[in-house]
Design a protein around this ligand. Structure first.
Ligand SMILES: C[S@@+](CC[C@H](N)C(=O)[O-])C[C@H]1O[C@@H](n2cnc3c(N)ncnc32)[C@H](O)[C@@H]1O
Length: 208
């Protein structure tokens, strides 16, 4: 929670300004979550999503990444979203939602359901406990599962965007990416909370 008021330390004020800026912008631009600006920044820089692409969005609730992707892929593309919770007001002819806990879904079953994908984006995040090691290990488990799913559904040459909380395990995952994709990048978009440890690992151009 952020509180305004006199006597507030400068650093907290700074975080508030940042928080207010992205929250206000998302409200004005009618996005369900300000996390859309993280994907937008990554996409603008690395050209991840193109017209006609078929996208899989892991952890899609409340739906801003799926909406952004739908706008980018256009009428020839499609987006499938998976989450524990269904995004509201996201009925679109090119969007399909699958409710489920990714940790309990079989990758081969997902592949059967969604078919081959050009892009997999994962913003999966655990409900945080505030205990750093617990949150980090849950985030790593989600990121590892997202990678397993991506490897099952991605076309050769496809791209993968994966959120993870930065820690030792993230380094290992990045190393795994480097053997699987032509290029690997780690990005911390401007819209990530200053206090958050989250980063996005990008796998660009899946090899064989
Ligand atoms: C940061 S939010 C995603 C925000 C989304 N990218 C957007 O822009 O609207 C993370 C999501 O991961 C989902 N999630 C966490 N663990 C999950 C799991 N095991 N299976 C499916 N979804 C999960 C949560 O329900 C939550 O909606």
């Amino acid at each position: 929670m952020f509180h305004h008021g006199p006597g507030q330390p400068g650093a907290v004020k700074e975080v508030n300004r940042w928080h207010d800026h992205y929250a206000r912008r998302a409200r004005n631009e009618k996005w369900p979550a300000r996390s859309v600006y993280k994907l937008e920044e990554i996409d603008k820089k690395y050209r991840i999503i193109r017209a006609g692409d078929h996208v899989l969005d892991l952890g899609c609730y409340p739906g801003s990444w799926s909406r952004y992707s739908l706008a980018k892929v256009g009428s020839r593309g499609s987006v499938v979203g998976i989450d524990l919770k269904e995004p509201r007001d996201l009925s679109h002819p090119n969007f399909r939602f699958i409710r489920g806990d990714v940790l309990n879904l079989d990758e081969a079953w997902i592949a059967e359901q969604v078919g081959q994908r050009d892009v997999v984006i994962s913003d999966l995040a655990p409900a945080t406990t505030g205990i750093r090691v617990t949150d980090a290990s849950r985030s790593t488990a989600l990121a590892q599962k997202a990678l397993d799913i991506a490897l099952e559904v991605l076309k050769k040459g496809g791209h993968f965007v994966c959120k993870i909380f930065e820690n030792e395990d993230a380094k290992q995952l990045r190393n795994e990416f480097s053997h699987l994709f032509e290029q690997t990048r780690t990005v911390r978009p401007a819209a990530v909370r200053k206090t958050s440890r989250e980063v996005y690992i990008l796998g660009l151009h899946l090899l064989e």
